[in-house]
Every structure is written in C-alpha cells, then in structure tokens.
Design a binder for this molecule. Structure first.
Ligand code: TXA
Ligand code: MG
Length: 412
C-alpha cells in the first residue's frame, strides 16, 4: 500500500499555540525562564523583555534559528540583527577586535541601551550580519534578558519583536498582537522602561557615527569619547570626499534605517514648533482644521496640550486617556452620551521627553485601533532622548523612508 502521506501531500502542520509565561521583571525565577532557555538552545524563537523594547530572540550562532526570526517578522534579509550577550567577557566571541574607544563606552554604558557596531568575529553567521563585515552587539540591562541569555548559554540575536514595519512592542500584549500563532513563547516581564530602541553607535570608522538615535543620547556619548557624527553628517562627509576624488572612508549607514518603521495605518502628522506654547497651539490648530474638514483626529500630546484641546472644543467632544499623574481631566467627555470624535492620549507633563518616548509606541498602536482619519502628535525639544523620539515620530509619519517589504503582510 502506498503511503497516503507522500511528500507531495505532507500532513498539515498543527497550528502553533503561543504560550505566555509571566515572570518577575526584577528578580526572575530560573524555573520560569528554563523553558524559554531550552527553546532557544533547541533553535526556536522566543520573545523576551529588555529595558528598551521586547526582542525576538534565537541562538545567534545557529543560522537556521536566525532565519526563523526573519521569517516570523517578515523582515528583509538585508537588515542585520543585534547580538545580545550577558557579559562583557563574551564581546570577543562576537567581535574580532575592539577599537580604542570601545573600552570607555563599555565601562559607561554596558549593560544598557547602547548597541556598538564592531568588526565581526568569524564565528558569527552571515545571516546575522546580512553579510556585512561588522556586527551589532548589546548587553541588555534588564534582569530577565540577562538571565535568559545566561541560562541559554549562547549569544541571542534579537530584533524588536514586532511584525516588520509595525511599532516596536513595549509589552507582551503588543508582541501577541503581532506574533500570536507564529512563535512558541513570549516571556512577559511587564512594560519596558525606555520604550524606544537602543542607540546604535558605529565605532569601526575613524569618527564614531550614531546610526540610530536612542535611549543613550549623543550628548552623553560625546562626554565619554569626544566628537561623533550623526548618520546624516557621515553621509554628507562621504559625498564630499567622493566629490573630491578621494577614496571614501565613511562607514555604511544602518541598513534598517532605510525602511519605513513604526508605521501606524492611520496617517500621522507632527505638530512642530520652536517652543512648547507654539507646539501646543499647533496641535489645537491641526485638530480644529481636521474637524472642519470632516476628519476624525486622534491626538498624542502632553497633559497641558491635551487640556488646551479639551478647552478648545465643546464639552464632551474630547476623551482624554492617560496613565500619567496630574492629567486631572480624564473624565472629560465620559459624562455625555454624544459621539466622541477626538481621542487624546496625554503622555505626561510637557518638557518630559523621556516620559513621552516611553509611551510613544504603545500610543501609536492604541490610536491606530480607533478608526481615526488622522493621528496628530506633539513634537518635543530636539535634544537628549528628544532626538530619538522625533526620529521615531518622523519615521512613523513616513518621512524619507521606503515601506518595509514586510508591511503588506501586517495583520489588520
Ligand atoms: O533596543 C534595541 O536595540 C532592540 C532590543 C531588542 O535590543 N533591538 C532592536 O533591533 O531594535 P532591530 O533589529 O529592530 O534594530 C537593529 C538596528 C537596525 O536598524 C539594523 O539595521 C542595525 O541595528 N544593525 C544591525 N547590525 C548592523 C551592522 N552590522 N551595521 C549597521 N547597522 C546594523
Ligand atoms: Mg525593529
């Protein structure tokens, strides 16, 4: 008798059930992390919390396991991954050698939200670095991430645990939204404290270059190693050098930065301005303009601006949602039975870019689920972590980036 399950008609795969294991974020119990560590050792993909965003991890030294990360995310293969280690003594397993400025950076920022681009060691597979001769390395500070790496006993390659093109996940619920049925396990260690990805700093060239602004600011890095460049400055230096007929020594830009990231489906507009009062008024102006054009806006702004929006519209028109203390008006609009056309997320007192940054991705996901026609987001001062906040906002607004090839496959 021929076998009915011939290779032409393989048995259908059982749907994957995604398990969620809740762990104590500060003092994770080894027994809660053991299954995750065993899955990683077995070449599977597991989502886990870090202090920046949730990562989607697999054994960095196992090419098939790393390919499974790209497949789960729908990520283009030309976008390399960060390798996460628990201890600086493992740096020279991943990097061929350390440039001179590495030591003070490691002393000051590792563990923490800084990723260094280093010369790549031979044992790192091509699939991790997308064939580049450099490799991205980070030592996360989050106790769950570090203990998981230790228990797995291997370096963990991990991008952010979202479907490609979606906002990075800052809670386990966000990961489940994007990857339910796609990965076997999510380690739930609560909300990530920074809420924006790490700063990516390339130190393989003559002048260090920030390829992606992040939780560690340029100002903090300059204090430790002196002058650095932004990716844009580095690129124009490269162009000037090419125009002068010299061989370019500028470092390559981060491949991932060319894609449109963090993209809500709802169009997003940034209310910019040179100072806080102007930015607040811009938000109100854009909200009123949208309503006049028959559009339903949704807003992400400071408490003060949220209050101004509420004041500028008839009572009951605005619903403010806020976990932030001092918002003081979260009941506005709830007492009426009118339809509520404007939903505002107040992120906290103005001038606190860190608080705004920590809530940005969660807010984009929430506001995107409201069937609004337009999301209006208040800008912040472009210094410190405000640089990273604005970088993500501009990408979310589609500024200068090409759509990620994975975007079309994003679940509704
Ligand atoms: O905070 C974070 O960095 C999170 C957590 C999970 O660690 N990870 C993260 O990974 O954001 P991902 O893959 O979403 O972003 C990594 C960035 C991408 O822009 C990628 O292109 C860049 O780092 N990158 C990785 N390896 C690189 C390399 N060798 N040279 C230049 N850029 C690199
Ligand atoms: Mg990412």
């Amino acid at each position: 008798m021929p076998d009915k399950r011939s290779s032409k008609h393989p048995a259908p795969k059982a749907p994957l059930i995604t398990q969620v294991v809740i762990v104590d974020p500060n003092h994770p119990d080894d027994k809660d992390l053991r299954v995750a560590a065993e899955l990683i050792r077995a070449g599977k993909v597991v989502a886990f919390p870090t202090e920046t965003v949730y990562g989607l991890g697999a054994d960095a030294l196992n090419p098939d396991a790393v390919r499974a990360i790209f497949a789960a995310k729908g990520r283009p293969a030309d976008n390399p991954l960060i390798v996460h280690i628990a201890d600086r003594k493992d740096l020279l397993m991943i990097a061929a050698w350390l440039p001179a400025c590495a030591a003070p950076l490691i002393d000051r920022f590792m563990p923490g939200p800084l990723t260094l681009i280093l010369p790549r060691a031979k044992m790192v597979p091509d699939v991790v670095t997308a064939g580049l001769d450099t490799v991205a390395v980070r030592i996360p500070e989050h106790p769950v991430a570090r203990r998981l790496i230790e228990l797995a006993g291997v370096p963990i390659a991990a991008p952010s645990a979202n479907r490609s093109g979606r906002p990075s996940p800052t809670t386990a619920a966000h990961v489940l939204e994007d990857l339910d049925g796609v990965i076997p396990l999510i380690v739930d260690g609560g909300a990530c404290c920074f809420g924006l990805e790490s700063t990516v700093l390339d130190i393989t060239g003559p002048i260090p270059v920030i390829l992606r602004p992040g939780a560690v600011s340029a100002e903090e890095i300059i204090k430790v190693i002196g002058p650095i460049r932004t990716a844009e400055e580095s690129q124009s230096a490269e162009m000037r050098s090419a125009a002068g007929g010299h061989l370019s020594t500028a470092v390559p830009r981060s491949p991932g930065m060319k894609y449109r990231h963090y993209a809500p489906k709802t169009p997003l507009r940034i209310a910019e301005g040179p100072d806080q009062p102007t930015r607040s008024l811009q938000v109100v102006h854009q909200v009123l303009g949208a309503i006049r054009s028959g559009l339903k806006p949704a807003v992400f702004a400071s408490n003060e601006t949220a209050a101004l929006v509420a004041k500028s519209l008839p009572l009951g028109y605005v619903r403010v949602d806020s976990d932030a203390p001092d918002a003081g008006f979260s009941e506005a609009g709830l007492k009426t039975r009118q339809p509520i056309p404007v939903f505002v997320i107040a992120h906290g007192p103005c001038g606190q870019a860190r608080t705004a940054a920590s809530q940005l991705f969660a807010a984009l996901r929430k506001l995107d689920g409201l069937q609004a026609d337009l999301i209006i987001a208040e800008s912040v001062e472009e210094t410190g972590i405000g640089v990273a906040y604005l970088n993500r906002l501009r990408k979310a607004a589609g500024g200068g980036a090409e759509p990620s090839p994975g975007t079309a496959e994003v679940k509704p």
